[in-house]
Design a binder for this molecule. Sequence first.
Ligand SMILES: *Cc1c(COP(=O)(O)O)cnc(C)c1O
Length: 361
Amino acid sequence: MVAIAKPCLGVEEKEAVTQVIDSGMIASGAVVEEFNHKFSEYIGVKHGIATSNGTTALEVALKALGIGPGDKVLTTPFSFIASTNSILYAGAIPLFADIDPKTFNIAPDKMEDKLKKYRDIKALQIVHLFGQACDMDAIMTLVKKYGLLLIEDCAQAHGALFGNKKVGTFGDAAAFSFYPTKNMTTGEGGMVVTNNDNAAERSSLLINHGMKIRYHHDIIGYNYRMTNVAASIGLCQLKKLDGFNKRRNQNAEYYNKNINNQYVQVPYKQGNVYHCYHQYTILVKDGRRDDFTKYLSANNVGSSVFYPLSIPEQKCYEGMDIERDFPVTDKVKLEVVSIPVHPLLSQDELSTVAGVINAYK
Ligand SMILES: *Cc1c(COP(=O)(O)O)cnc(C)c1O
């Protein structure tokens, strides 16, 4: 089976974890501090605050910017559920704008429709889906025109660029995830990044029970800390990230050139981005998607549907007073399928995947 995802861990990570274990300091400490510093420096922002996972990073980013009960946050209906759940954890109200049918990212014109309809929207929470940056020119224009806060969900876009600027540097804050399937991993883990000193200070408090001085709790916080064990893996992975993303791009390039089937459309890439191909997501036409994924599986090619349902139609939101009608998302969700693009794919595996897809009838 050609796996859809594989964490790329080597002797460096093993050695780093062993060192942390030998140090006796396995919970949050100096290694986390170093990871905060190195990762935020890599992204090009002033502060990094490591967290227990990407979901808590999103929640902390929102709360650190002062988003709370009653605040409206505009987001995408086509993402992992955490993009919206984090808004609910902050006590805020999620609103949705439909996506662009080509990039699958939130569509600026649909966002503006919502901004005109709900004049009290306070923030945008955008997602750079599958490793491709949102249309940041249009989004920054909206941010300025409507005086909005911007939070970037970069859980799938470590190292992705819009123009020559990394995602995670556009917003008031951004959140990354280091889950094993992402472009780099710490096992479980996340990071809030921000240039805002106050939001950074609040993030540090929120993830550590509101403590600056031991057992003095200034605000009601949480235990959302990352461990030194996880951070030591993150430091190794960060060194390899650009290489990983390069391999993902080479793999995508191979598929772009070699996949040729009348039912299959390869991913669209905007001209002014560096895509980091968290996923290589094709569209399968004529209502054949589910038949196609069964075929892949029967031929030992792993695949996954991200995402089979829009967020607003998830069962857990049943009975919530939210909009559920997003025609573009509702079409795309029936056609998408992601195929293996991870850095460990061999040339043999790449040609097997393309060959199997091309033979689909
Ligand atoms: C993975 C992911 C998250 C959540 O990250 P976890 O580390 O799994 O909590 C949030 N948003 C998006 C778009 C993701 O892909």
